[in-house]
Design a protein around this ligand. Sequence first.
Ligand code: 13P
Ligand code: SF4
Length: 332
Amino acid sequence: MNLPILDAPDNAEESYEDPLDLMDEIDRLKKERNAVVLAHFYVDGEIQDVADYTGDSLKLARDAVAVENDVIVFSGVHFMAESAKILNREKTVLIPDLRAGCSLAESCTFEQLRDFQAKLRGEGREFETVAYINTTAKVKSLCDWIVTSGNAAEIIERVDPDKEILFVPDKHLGSYLQEVSGREMILWPGACMVHEIFSVQDLLRAKRNNPGSEVIAHPECPATVLEHAEFIGGTEKLRQYVMSFEERKTFLVATDANMIHAFEKSAPQHEFVPVPGIMTDTGETCACNRCPHMALNTLQKVRNCLRDLSPAIEWQPYFEDAHAVLERSLLR
Ligand code: 13P
Ligand code: SF4
């Protein structure tokens, strides 16, 4: 079956190597390099299995600060590894594939945000800028607060109540936060390429075909999906939620399908069904519930970056400003 692939680079250059050999080599190199591997829940299960720490954006950023190793391999996407470096100037932070970007981070550039903020100020509006962590360091340096899906509601409560909130770049997370916090926001029009294309029709069919099931959804999904969800949360909150049920249940999962690996490890008593993406013009349901940027992480590239100590995130002058806002938002 010829399934459409979301527009991103692929791993075509890799030749086959035995995954078990690669895992052994990674373990050996970790010791040699005094390194740890951090893996986001959206990377392939076999990478999560060789990782020392797995988690959501918030937990992994905190883990990166807590570990005492000289070298961190951040298996995730660029903004995550960059944030780890910003919080750990003295550590070497490696990323298996430098091309692993994020459609949300790409939707809001430094220049666009700087100009929009200037326009709002020109209109005499007083506001604080709250950015989702899925942004570049340059964008973070223009912001007052950084949130992750794990701490967003708490951070919104810390924003000066006499000021407006400019929320960037995810309009869906922003509108969900408006509802939860009761605070109106100026929303940047960005969206995640993966969460935006879940099919509501297929979700409703899956719900009907699995009586008693619950829909669990990431707040990056549009409101049309979230309105059918029994529980909404970032990846770690979703994991905690499914773990809270002892009796077997069926969960319909509206987030990256690799999350199911973490769910099955933490709560093997349940059944997890991925919600498919939209129907294509050929009538097929696409396999686009996988982030193509996260998919650039492979065992081979984890091994290569540990072996070569490259690619690494290099310190940039604008990291100083991004450090101040990241530290205040995630570590205090
Ligand atoms: P979490 O912070 O919930 O792990 O989400 C990160 C992300 O990029 C989701 O698409
Ligand atoms: Fe970015 Fe979406 Fe991929 Fe998360 S799933 S890293 S928001 S493109």
